[in-house]
Design a protein around this ligand. Structure first.
Ligand SMILES: Cc1cc2nc3c(=O)[nH]c(=O)nc-3n(C[C@H](O)[C@H](O)[C@H](O)COP(=O)(O)OP(=O)(O)OC[C@H]3O[C@@H](n4cnc5c(N)ncnc54)[C@H](O)[C@@H]3O)c2cc1C
Length: 396
């Protein structure tokens, strides 16, 4: 026997995309239920992204969850490229007309979870989706020892790369495009002041390094490492020495060392699944696409999908028109592929792929060109701060 519940939109996954979609729908009087397999504590403790495009900031504000973000987030008008012992600043505001905001994904999750409250079922297990090609899809799951069935009009698959929704689509109906990279990022979080006011992306003969931050007192640093490396091989002292070795001398001298409070290794991958809609199922965020973190696009793309999908669902729920939900996959994918191209390009420019001296000379020549050419710097700034959304093809 199942407990049967009803909602208009069943959302699988309470990451940023699932919670943000639920909040925006709620603001328009559209009810949804979010099913999350982990506990709230677990979700809020995952250290991930932290750099928001301005369109993401606007969407979070529109959803009414931006108050703390605007107070505590750090505005960034630019970032630096470090290469060949020197620094070149990319002036984001001057070149693209918009800044970025540093605000941790953990904080966004907390703000959204506070705002969504009862709509989320935490610790929902064995989630399975059914009948997405008909007009009455269903989601089954168990929670607190009971078996439940959620009857709905639409299902949003916001359950990340390892989730169940994309995997439920029959292989013949979905295309996967993938590129893996022969290295990973070793990241640490430490309660020390950042090396400067802005991010530094470093290209070095020994590999990439990134100086990032979560606040004025909390730094996030990364160094490129081997894919099969293990965090046990990286005591803090080794990490700090490696990071400083990959920065120009002046910036290395400013690194404040301290004990790591989190340390992890993440592989890098580019992945896109097409299309992003199957009948009444929509794939959203990491469930449909993954980018390497160079360029900070993952979370921002997830928010962009939510923007496009919620507009479509609101239009449908208000007046029954399907124009915008019919365009969802095409509109979302047009931005996804441009961000996938940018993240791949920036990753290729900044990382060590091999010991091939010719490739390294080409990287240094391109970085030098970026430093000399306002047009090349502008292209980087436009992509980094986020490209415009594809226009709606409205019939009316
Ligand atoms: C280690 C790491 C570091 C990252 N660093 C950066 C970065 O520096 N910059 C950047 O821009 N992006 C980064 N990202 C990517 C960014 O965090 C994601 O793009 C973003 O979280 C996407 O949000 P989402 O809601 O689509 O997916 P997710 O955040 O993955 O959320 C999916 C949710 O679905 C839940 N779920 C999964 N399967 C099921 C199921 N079967 N049933 C119910 N629930 C399920 C998961 O528990 C999770 O809570 C990083 C990602 C990782 C993994």
């Amino acid at each position: 026997m199942s407990n049967v519940k009803r909602t208009r939109v069943a959302i699988v996954g309470a990451g940023p995309s699932g919670l943000l979609l639920s909040k925006l729908l709620d603001d328009h009087g559209i009810d949804s239920i979010v099913l999350e397999r982990r506990s709230r504590e677990h979700v809020e403790a995952r250290v991930r992204a932290g750099l928001l495009e301005w369109s993401t900031v606007e969407l979070l504000n529109e959803a009414g969850v931006g108050e703390r973000m605007m107070r505590e987030g750090l505005l960034h008008g630019g970032f630096a490229l470090a290469f060949d012992g020197r620094m070149h600043r990319i002036d984001l505001e001057g070149l693209a007309g918009r800044p970025m905001l540093v605000y941790g994904q953990t904080e966004i999750e907390r703000d959204l979870a506070d705002a969504t409250g009862d709509q989320v079922v935490w610790n929902a297990h064995d989630v399975a989706i059914h009948d997405v090609d008909g007009s009455a899809p269903r989601v089954t799951y168990s929670a607190d020892g009971t078996h439940n069935e959620l009857r709905c009009e639409f299902i949003a698959g916001c359950d990340g790369y390892h989730g169940v929704t994309r995997k439920s689509v029959p292989t013949g109906r979905i295309a996967h495009y993938e590129r893996t990279y022969p290295f990973g990022w070793l990241g640490i979080l430490a309660d020390v002041p950042p090396v400067g006011d802005e991010l530094i992306y470093a290209n070095h003969a020994d590999g990439f390094a990134l100086c990032s931050m979560r606040s004025r007192a909390r730094s996030r640093y990364y160094v490129q490492c081997a894919l099969d490396d293990r965090i046990e091989n990286w005591p803090d002292e080794r990490f700090w020495a490696e990071l400083k070795g990959r920065l120009p001398a002046e910036q290395a001298a400013r690194v404040v060392e301290g004990p790591s409070i989190e340390k992890s290794i993440a592989p890098l991958r580019s992945f896109v699944a097409e299309p992003m809609r199957f009948g009444r199922l929509f794939l959203v965020g990491d469930a449909a696409h993954i980018v390497p973190p160079t360029g900070a696009k993952g979370l921002n793309l997830a928010a962009a999908d939510v923007r496009v999908l919620h507009e479509g669902l609101v239009e449908y729920c208000r007046n029954g028109r399907t124009t915008l939900i019919d365009e969802y996959s095409e509109r979302a994918l047009s931005r996804v592929w441009k961000a996938t191209r940018f993240s791949w390009w920036f990753t290729t420019l900044m990382h060590k792929f091999s010991d091939d001296a010719f490739t390294r000379k080409l990287q240094l020549a391109e970085l030098d060109y970026l430093a000399e050419s306002p047009a090349a710097s502008r292209a980087l700034a436009e992509n980094y701060t986020g490209l415009p959304f594809a226009a709606q093809r409205r019939a009316d």
